[in-house]
Design a protein around this ligand. Sequence first.
Ligand SMILES: [Zn+2]
Length: 200
Amino acid sequence: MLTQSLLFPHISTGDMLREHIRAGDPVGLKVRDLLKAGQLVSDDLVDQMVAERITRPDCHAGFILDGYPRTLPQAESVTSLLSAHGFTAVVVYLKVDEEKLVKRLTNRRQCPQCGTLYNVLLKPPIVPGRCDVEGSRLTTREDDREEVIRQRFESFERQTRPVLDFFGQRTKFLEVAASDSSPEQILHQIEAFLATPEAA
Ligand SMILES: [Zn+2]
């Protein structure tokens, strides 16, 4: 929705990493083991992936980074990367209750073919278990299993919480209480923030 609203490409580091896993290349093999264990991928690897991605033509006016930066070194790296390319960051933090996240993520399914996300309860596909786009069989992501999700919360507290402080102090920063909001409501809050002088 944000992609359609801003007309910026959506850059999901998670999707890029899963792309490597599917390709079975050396990066993919390394990443698969880390994700299985609920661990985060090395900063250098993700930084390089993003640095390459944002030089492509579709990013010239701006882009949406999703799932990145997740660590303080990544936050520092992307800050210098953005200023080197003349971009200013707006950081949006969607804050959601942990138990609600567990419920959402364990009900999440993804199309291995086109990447479309579904939710068994909230956003089911038209045909159960099949992608609306091209009919592929939907899968549960390895990192959406409950025990892995709990490990991701721990990683978040340890590695990502400091990123919020980092950006909260020096960047245009919006925190959205997103536990009970619809995607449309969250979109409107982000759009409203982007329209304010402090986000210009
Ligand atoms: Zn699909």
